[in-house]
Design a protein around this ligand. Structure first.
Ligand code: F6P
Length: 550
């Protein structure tokens, strides 16, 4: 069965939401809280070690019930079934979307083209486990007999962002291995990484689903040449001891020189941006050990079960997705901020940028028609409290409405309670400030306590007023662990899915990234041949400028 293909704007719920929006557009959340003392009780969800407070949003019980009705009218529940059961919901590429199978239980049965894929997933997991243990315990050594100290993941996009985000996020759990990431085609990136490495003790993982990505192949080639220039042994032996690959394209990986037993397979039903749960996450497993890697998978699996089994109104990914639709399509917000209050989650929003924006940055619906409404939001953010000292000014007093997810952890990893109390008071205070703001009267009272003239008070007062009414979700998690991180990532994966279903778009292709790649290839060829005709005037001038200087 294919995905439902319902234009959301044709539903009754959408029409009712439009009318309802007129009533709510100007409402202040402060008044909504005042009118309903039970509001915080009504708009929260508690699940395992997660607490979601979504009461600080510009919605009422009626909004929520209309959004749930919208989900029903577009047949979300049917779509969730199709997603988990391996149907080819990535219709434009004729593929299933089964990153959820990567964290399934061994006893599960998930079919692709009539074949249960769970046994081969577990086979590769066993391969990851054995390899991880051998590298960590030192039984697998480099060409000169030394144990490994460093791991370099060579990949880009989904073959880089997921692993690098998770390795950073779980740094607290890391072992003696130091993990590095080379992704950019910018030669300065690869150079800056290799210049500090000892080739005798470094393991390289070439990660590319297709094994045809320019960045990854160029970086892998540069690294291979640098490595072989050290003359540590015969080419074949040196490569076989220091290079492994993760790919669907075994032949191409082999022709790059990687030994077949050093290739970890993945499958075309795993999208690059959702692949960290597969062997693409090998660098994660090496960094924190296979047991912890498995806990990450377990967490994601728990979120999968929550998502597919909970009713829509108690379902965290569904609720967050519906709230995002409310802002994106009715308040016409353009962006959505994600602010983790953990320095370990430094790369979380960067990771989400690919998973959300590559998935839902689409403008043709599942019927092949141009959409008549907004789809994917611009995702951005940085950890608090640093971001408070950077862009929060615009949140609080700017002209834009930016819904934000605040993610915090009750317990710190360092155990430093003094810092943690300060961190969490900031975490909570910011959403409070965004909600309430500060009225003219409140500012006036404050200013009157200072030794200021009435003229001075009058002139400064307007600048000190905060309107408030800025929406936020708070996701409070007990502790940052491999398992809770797995849940959190899976939460956003499912939120993306729900948004895509409602927007009636195909979330799992990424044709939009192809044109730039094609044109770069074309320009590179012309540069080599020194013939740079047939471009628009601006492109021509840029090319000439570069050529004249180099
Ligand atoms: O840039 C597009 C893209 O195809 C991403 O979707 C993908 O994650 C990335 O390139 C890397 O692709 P590969 O793993 O095949 O090298």
């Amino acid at each position: 069965m294919s995905l439902p293909k319902i234009d959301p704007t044709s539903t009754n719920a959408w029409k009712e939401l439009r009318a309802h929006f007129q009533l709510l557009e100007k409402a202040h959340m402060k008044d909504l809280f005042a009118q309903d003392p039970e509001r915080a009780e009504k708009f929260n969800l508690q699940w395992e070690d997660f607490y979601l407070d979504f009461s600080k949003n510009r919605l009422t019980e009626e909004t929520f019930s209309l959004l749930l009705q919208l989900a029903k009218e577009v047949k979300l529940e049917q779509a969730i079934n199709s997603y988990f059961s391996g149907e080819k919901i990535n219709e434009t590429e004729n593929r299933a979307v089964l990153h959820t199978a990567l964290r399934a239980k061994e006893s599960d049965k998930i079919y692709v083209n009539g074949k249960n894929v769970v046994p081969e997933i577990f086979q590769v997991k066993a391969q990851i486990e054995t390899f991880t243990n051998q590298i960590i315990n030192g039984s697998k050594k480099g060409i000169t007999g030394k144990t490994f100290t460093d791991v370099v993941n060579i990949g880009v996009g989904g073959s880089d962002l997921g692993p690098s985000m998770v390795v950073g996020a779980l740094e607290f759990y890391k072992n003696h291995l130091n993990t590095h990431f080379v992704s950019n085609i910018d030669g300065d990136h690869v150079n800056s990484v290799i210049e500090n490495l000892n080739p005798e003790t470094t393991l390289f993982i070439v990660v590319s689903k297709t094994f045809s990505t320019q960045e990854t192949l160029s970086n892998a080639t540069t690294i291979k040449e640098w490595f072989l220039s050290k003359n540590l042994g015969t080419t074949e032996e040196a490569i076989s001891k220091h290079f492994v690959a993760v790919s669907t394209n075994i032949e191409k990986a082999k022709s790059f020189g990687i030994k077949e037993t050093n290739i970890f397979p993945i499958w075309n039903w795993v999208g690059g941006r959702f692949s960290l749960w597969s062997a693409v996450g090998l660098s994660i497993s090496l960094s924190i050990g296979f047991e912890n890697f498995n806990k990450l998978l377990l967490g994601a699996n728990k979120m999968d079960t929550h998502f597919k089994s909970q009713p829509l109104d108690k379902n965290i990914p569904v609720v967050l997705a519906l709230i995002s639709i409310w802002y994106n399509n009715f308040f016409k917000t353009e962006t959505q901020a994600v602010i983790p209050y953990s320095q370990y989650l430094l790369r979380f929003s960067t990771y989400l940028q690919q998973s959300c924006m590559e998935s839902n940055g689409k403008s043709v619906d599942r019927n092949g028609n141009a959409v008549t409404y907004q789809t994917g939001s611009v995702i951005w953010g940085q950890p608090g409290t640093n971001s408070q000292h950077a862009f929060f000014q615009l949140f609080h007093q700017g002209t834009k409405l930016i819904p934000a997810d605040f993610i915090g952890f009750v317990e710190s990893l360092s155990g430093n309670k003094t810092h943690q109390d300060k961190l969490i008071s900031n975490f909570i205070a910011q959403t409070e400030a965004l909600l309430n703001g500060k009225t003219k009267e409140e500012v006036l009272k404050e200013l009157e306590k200072k030794n200021l003239s009435s003229e001075e008070i009058k002139s400064i007062l307007p600048y000190k007023v905060f309107k408030g009414n800025k929406p936020s979700n708070t996701i409070f998690i007990n502790k940052l662990t491999p398992e809770s991180l797995g849940k959190l990532i899976a939460l956003y994966e499912h939120k993306i899915f729900v948004q895509g279903i409602i927007w009636n778009i195909f979330s799992y292709d990424q044709f939009g990234v192809e044109l730039g790649k094609q044109l770069a290839g074309n320009i590179l060829e012309k540069m080599k041949k020194n013939s740079i005709a047939n471009h628009d005037a601006s492109t021509l001038k840029l090319l000439r400028y570069y050529k004249n200087i180099t």
